[in-house]
Ligand binder design. Structure first.
Ligand code: SF4
Length: 330
């Protein structure tokens, strides 16, 4: 037992509840704990206490549909859509009717956020038309989020006027090295969101076993600087045939849960909601209050996903939250 670590975790919880963002060195120190250790278990417990207070026990489901299963010329080293990897052979773009049906199912199943995801160069005008259509045809208390390529402030406003509530965007870990995009450009898109009425949702991703605690910390602090309203962590899935999928295994659920717990305590009250993808009991009982159900074109998989990815359904998400003491907000 290391008393100074327990003291650090206790102070982190107090600072979190008083609203302060944790300083860089403490974040790194907590991320350096062995994920299977007793200290990491204590960290998750304290993160859960903070989460319950900050969120009022509310959890949220994120229902995401990738609408275009097509090769993407950016060819990021982890993404199944990368044109260079030749994984997508039979392209498929979902019709408006299919999108309405799926999004409606997500809303019925309790997802508060419904998310349209596309490859990098999908038309923003077409997306805005789809958002207007969804607003007209699906009733309920939901928010529409887009996870798309780059755009400027004018286009951010255009999306907001169409009915988009927020945008998922991230400077990925090792952006510009493991991806075909410049981190300056990705940051500029996040700036465009920050200067618009749109919410920014941004996770530390895609986390692999090679990423250091320093890299994870700096990525997270960049998200905080961009005033995200949801942050969290997403693990990278090894897609065979992609450069990183062939080189590395997946990080463990314990490591993902530890990162979620650290981010919960590190964010203070600046970010209410912490998301984990994929979901696990460990992460949801350790500080995370948002998770993802997804299907369609999924960059973590080499096939088109016609039912939920990894068979993780909205009902399963709801059960995980309820077992951890949350109420699903929809
Ligand atoms: S991660 Fe995005 S930009 Fe990179 S290849 Fe996949 S779809 Fe294209």
């Amino acid at each position: 037992m290391n008393n100074s670590v327990y003291g650090l975790i206790d102070r982190a919880r107090e600072n979190c509840l008083s609203g302060r963002v944790m300083e860089r060195e403490s974040i790194i120190r907590l991320l350096e704990l062995p994920p299977e250790s007793e200290e990491a278990e204590y960290l998750r417990r304290r993160a859960n206490e903070a989460a319950m207070e900050i969120t009022g026990g509310r959890a949220y489901l994120w229902g995401a549909m990738g609408i275009d299963f097509v090769p993407c010329p950016v060819s990021c080293d982890f993404c199944s859509f990368g044109e260079k990897w030749g994984i997508v052979k039979d392209s498929r773009v979902y019709s408006n009717e299919e999108i309405v049906r799926q999004m409606s199912d997500f809303v019925q199943a309790g997802a508060h956020y419904i998310v349209i995801r596309t490859t990098e160069f999908y038309s923003i005008d077409d997306l805005c038309a789809k958002v207007r259509m969804l607003k007209e045809r699906i009733s309920g208390n939901y928010e529409i989020i887009l996870n798309i390529g780059e755009f400027d402030e004018k286009e951010a406003l255009q999306m907001w006027q169409a009915g988009v509530s927020g945008v998922y965007h991230a400077v990925r870990l090792r952006e510009g090295t493991d991806t075909g995009l410049d981190p300056v450009v990705r940051n500029a898109t996040m700036d465009a969101v920050r200067r618009s009425p749109l919410k920014l949702i941004s996770l530390v991703e895609p986390v692999g076993p090679e990423h250091s605690s320093e890299e994870i910390t700096d990525n997270f602090l960049n998200i905080i600087r961009h005033e995200a309203s949801i942050t969290g962590v997403m693990a990278r899935f090894p897609v065979p045939g992609t450069p990183l999928g062939d080189r590395y295994a997946r990080v463990s659920d314990e490591r993902v849960a530890q990162i979620a717990a650290v981010l919960r305590l590190a964010a203070g009250t600046r970010v209410r909601d912490i998301c984990v993808h994929p979901a696990s009991e460990l992460a949801i009982s350790g500080g995370a209050n948002v998770t993802v159900v997804e299907l369609g074109a999924v960059p973590r998989d080499s096939k088109l996903i016609e039912s939920e990815w990894r068979l993780f359904t909205a009902d399963m998400g709801k059960t995980l939250f309820e077992n951890a003491g949350y109420t699903l907000f929809s």
